[in-house]
Structures are given as structure tokens and as C-alpha cells.
Design a protein around this ligand. Structure first.
Ligand SMILES: [Zn+2]
Length: 216
């Protein structure tokens, strides 16, 4: 019998192999540019340039797709894979700069965040607010918590806005759920160039409401 750990390691090794082969085939070209023969690339995700354009002042060409990228962790040397989905989240929800790349594995990223956090208040504002919102979701809402979530919904960091939506779902209550349904139904149909946040909000509200139904 193989242990779960062994099985996970095998799956990861296979994914890395496939990604390395895919990267080798694409190496001759800039894989971020639209290519007619993109279909074979592993784990392709379409990019939303209307979002990227808002947060990247660049004369370069913005990607049409994200493709899984193998990389070596800068700190521990582990062979890792930055999936297309993770890239989409990083560039379009967190608004990481288009030239930024994954350089550390999850464990090293967490260790580094912990070190940064210990360098004093305000050193890692996004991290602090993220933790704060997560903690709020686990408690009963009071007036101050509600005000914090409302402020987070207006944050420049969309990942905080998404967390605020998740927190409202965890809290539940008629007005929160009504608000989430409102966000969900306000998802703009078509017109992909505009209302990008409304689209992200609608999807976040939908999955938060679905998760809610799965809770005991
Ligand atoms: Zn590492």
C-alpha cells in the first residue's frame, strides 16, 4: 500500500514532468503572447487583459493566457509548479505586477511571511489585514467588525474584498445574504472589457454561498 504522502509526491512529480515538457516545447517563443498552437499547453487559463491593463503601466504586450510554470524554490531548492490558475489569481485578483514571478514554495513563503510579520506593525499590511478578516469571520459580528468588513469591501486589494465577501457568508444573516445574492446577480453578462470587479465579486459571492450550504 502506498501512503497518501507517496501518492501525492508521485502526482506532483508527474505534473512537474508534464510542465517541464510543455515549457520545453514553448521555450522558443514568449509563451505569454497569443499563439495559434496553444491548445497543447498544460493547464492553460485565459487572461483578462482589461483587468491587467488597469494595474500594469507597460509598453510590453500583456498575456492572453497563463501557462503552468515550473520553478525552483529560491530558499529550499524544491522543484515547484506555479499553476495557470494561481497565476491568474496573482495577477488579476491580488494585482501582482505582470513581471513578478513565483520564486518560493508554499512552505518557504509562509516562513518568510512569518519573519516579515515580526519586523513590526505595518511591515506587512496586506498580510495583517488578511489575518484580521479571517479571524473576524470566525467570531460573531459586532458593529466594529461589520464596519471593518465594509471598509475591506472598498480596499484597493481585491483579495481583501473577496475575503470580506467570504466573511459575510460565514456570518450569514438576512442582510448579508441578501447583499451576496445581489452581488451574484449583478454579474455583468458579456461586455468583458468593463466591470471587472463586479465579475470577480459575483463569482466570489457565488462560491461563498455555495460553501455555506456545505457547512454543517
Ligand atoms: Zn522552499
Amino acid at each position: 500500500m502506498k501512503s497518501n504522502k507517496q501518492r501525492r509526491a508521485e502526482i506532483k512529480a508527474r505534473r512537474l514532468e508534464r510542465a517541464a515538457a510543455s515549457a520545453a516545447r514553448l521555450r522558443a517563443k514568449d509563451v505569454r503572447l497569443p499563439q495559434p498552437d496553444f491548445g497543447f499547453a498544460l493547464g492553460c487559463e485565459p487572461a483578462d487583459r482589461s483587468v491587467l491593463k488597469q494595474y500594469n503601466n507597460t509598453y510590453g504586450v500583456l498575456p492572453a493566457f497563463y501557462v503552468a510554470r515550473p520553478f525552483t524554490c529560491r530558499d529550499c531548492g524544491a522543484e515547484e509548479l506555479w499553476t495557470a490558475k494561481q497565476q491568474k489569481w496573482w495577477y488579476e485578483v491580488v494585482h501582482g505586477h505582470i513581471d513578478s514571478r513565483a520564486v518560493r514554495c508554499l512552505a518557504c513563503r509562509r516562513a518568510r511571511r512569518e519573519r516579515l510579520r515580526n519586523t513590526g506593525p505595518g511591515a506587512n499590511l496586506l498580510g495583517e489585514q488578511t489575518d484580521r478578516l479571517r479571524a473576524l469571520g470566525a467570531t460573531k459580528p459586532n458593529a466594529r467588525a461589520v464596519a471593518e468588513v465594509e471598509a475591506a469591501l472598498e480596499s484597493k486589494w481585491w483579495s481583501l474584498r473577496v475575503l470580506a465577501i467570504q466573511t459575510m457568508a460565514r456570518w450569514g444573516g438576512e442582510s448579508n445574504l441578501a447583499k451576496l445574492h445581489e452581488l451574484m446577480t449583478a454579474r455583468p453578462a458579456g461586455g468583458r472589457r468593463y466591470f471587472a470587479w463586479e465579475r470577480v465579486a459575483a463569482d466570489a459571492a457565488k462560491s461563498a454561498l455555495m460553501n455555506r450550504e456545505r457547512w454543517p
